[in-house]
Design a protein around this ligand. Structure first.
Ligand code: SDX
Length: 392
């Protein structure tokens, strides 16, 4: 009735959540943000414009975009005492552990005057999170390598500002090929949202209790960390390194089919896509372009291509509709861009913050929204009486 449509995803579960943000058709391999096909956004948009679209439901005009970008640019700094937070971690702490803890701690800096029922406060929280995720993420990396933090440069646009905070060293100006920012912006667009995936559902469930947005997003970060979800891109690289060379691929495929061997092909399969993940198609093309433009000849890409070829013609994978997913190629591109492996899922979290906070706000704006309370099928013991310990 509003020109929008509701639907039952129909993949084995009734839709328990109604949302107008992202539409996926797993059988057709369709992904749309607010009705715009991911292929068009990947080709024509930017991550910040997509973040605006996810949050507000419409693409911004120039005035709206300028104001949005200006707001974000002026919220990029961390509270100065937030830096002390990192001193409590060992240098080899995983960046995802530091990121989750740091984002949750934003509640301590900004929560006391935030009213989750006030639309303006919700929008300010969205601006703060989109603005600070790159700053905090870069700080996690810099701390892990013992380098000083870099302040965000407001004269740089979003992705370049992040790359500067990640890689700029005190002793020399940062020289980065424009390929970096373009590739990273595209990866951020492709990872920005994906309907009710595990981490977004976590953010909505935590947010449904009235918890503040920083705590809700921190919960999403911890859910994303798992190797079955966002941690898969890091696991893909480890898997490719374990396989080692194209001539070992057949053995890897055999192991992935062996039920007694818990070796899984990371980067393959999906809860929803039983066709090619449309993002993987886009990333696959970009992967070859980035490696060619950067002149990187990564032997792991040869292993990846051989693995994709072997899996796509193997009955086990074909019957189970296990195709390469978004994480299969993103890890290789991150590696080519010089992003360290343990930072791969942090990249995913920066991008997915746009989707997470859009869902968190949508839930608050949906009339009649109640606290989430998944039910269960009880399969435990039937009613019985207590027996004293000396009688057991
Ligand atoms: C993301 O939900 C989202 O939208 C997530 C995400 C997002 O943008 O938020 O798209 C991002 O998380 C992508 C997925 C990244 N994860 C991985 O690449 C990890 C490897 N993939 C698998 O762990 C698995 O495919 C899952 C977790 C992604 C899906 O798990 P399911 O739903 O249990 O898989 P399935 O039901 O489709 O499995 C069917 C069969 C099973 O075997 P049988 O019981 O039929 O004999 O396929 C097998 C599975 O054991 N199988 C695999 C496999 N994935 C599934 N066998 C070998 N290798 C694999 N990768």
């Amino acid at each position: 009735d509003t020109g929008h449509f509701t639907y039952d995803p129909g993949y084995g579960s009734t839709a328990s959540t109604k949302s107008a943000i992202t539409y996926i058709d797993g059988d057709q391999g369709v992904l749309m943000y607010r009705g715009y096909p991911i292929e068009q956004l990947a080709e024509k948009s930017s991550f910040l414009e997509v973040a605006y679209l996810l949050l507000h439901g419409e693409l911004p005009n120039q005035t709206q975009f300028a104001s949005f970008e200006n707001d974000i640019t002026h919220h990029t700094m961390m509270h100065e005492s937030h830096k002390n937070f990192f001193q409590g971690f060992h240098h080899d702490a995983h960046p995802m552990a530091m990121l989750a803890a740091s984002v949750a701690s934003l509640s301590a800096f900004y929560h006391d005057d935030l009213d989750v029922d006030n639309p303006e406060d919700r929008q300010l929280a969205a601006i703060r999170l989109l603005a600070k995720m790159p700053t905090i993420s870069a700080a996690c990396y810099r701390y892990s390598i013992g380098w000083p933090f870099r302040y965000p440069r407001n004269n740089l646009e979003y992705v370049n500002r992040f790359l500067h905070m990640m890689f700029e060293v005190p002793s020399e100006p940062l020289e980065l090929s424009p390929v970096f920012a373009k590739a990273l912006d595209l990866l951020f667009i492709l990872h920005a949202d994906h309907e009710q995936n595990a981490s977004t559902s976590t953010v909505r469930l935590v947010g449904s209790t009235g918890a503040n947005p920083y705590a809700s997003i921190a919960a999403g970060i911890t859910a994303l960390w798992g190797p079955a979800h966002g941690g898969a891109n890091e696991a893909v690289l480890k898997m490719l390194e374990e396989i080692g060379s194209p001539d070992k691929v057949e053995t890897a495929v055999k192991r992935a089919k062996d039920k007694n061997d818990n070796f899984r092909l990371m980067g393959f399969g999906h809860r929803v896509y039983k066709n090619f993940d449309p993002r993987a198609k886009i990333i696959r093309e970009m992967c070859h372009k980035v490696l060619a433009e950067l002149g990187v000849n990564d032997p792991l890409l040869d292993v990846a291509m051989k693995l994709e070829e072997a899996a796509l013609k193997d009955d086990y994978f074909v019957e189970r509709k296990l195709y390469p997913n978004v994480d299969f190629y993103s890890g290789i591109i991150y590696k080519a861009l010089g992003i360290p492996t343990e930072m791969f899922t942090v990249m995913f979290a920066i991008a997915r913050t746009a989707g997470w906070i859009a869902h968190w706000i949508e839930q608050h704006e949906t009339p009649g929204s109640r606290i989430g309370r998944p039910r269960q099928l009880y399969v435990g013991a039937t009613n019985r009486d207590y027996v004293a310990m000396d009688k057991r």
